[in-house]
Design a protein around this ligand. Structure first.
Ligand code: SF4
Length: 92
């Protein structure tokens, strides 16, 4: 089992609270929308990730628990690479 952060691109309002609470896994793009680190959350970030989810004023940040199977892993990206923003745009 692994936990992965997910942002609801419709609900996210770009408050940026999540990036303040979990800078190890969330950065903000130039418009203030979150960029999530790729891959499963490290175990030591689960607790702060849950805090960030609870603190999101728009209830747009989610922590999904998924089995580590090939199907659920999705596109493979090296750890630490930022993959996209809440608006579906591509990150660097
Ligand atoms: S996920 Fe929540 S806290 Fe993070 S930028 Fe979007 S609305 Fe703000």
């Amino acid at each position: 089992m692994s936990d992965r952060l997910r942002v609801d691109p419709i609900g996210c309002q770009g408050h940026g609270v999540c990036a303040e609470l979990l800078p190890e896994a969330i950065a903000l793009d130039e418009w203030g929308y979150p960029l999530l680190a790729a891959g499963a959350l490290p175990d030591d970030l689960r607790r702060p990730a849950r805090r960030a989810v609870a603190a999101c004023p728009a209830r747009a940040l989610h922590l999904d628990r998924a089995a580590d199977s090939g199907r659920s892993a999705g596109r493979q990206t090296p750890p630490g690479v930022l993959t996209g923003n809440a608006q579906g745009g591509l990150a660097q």
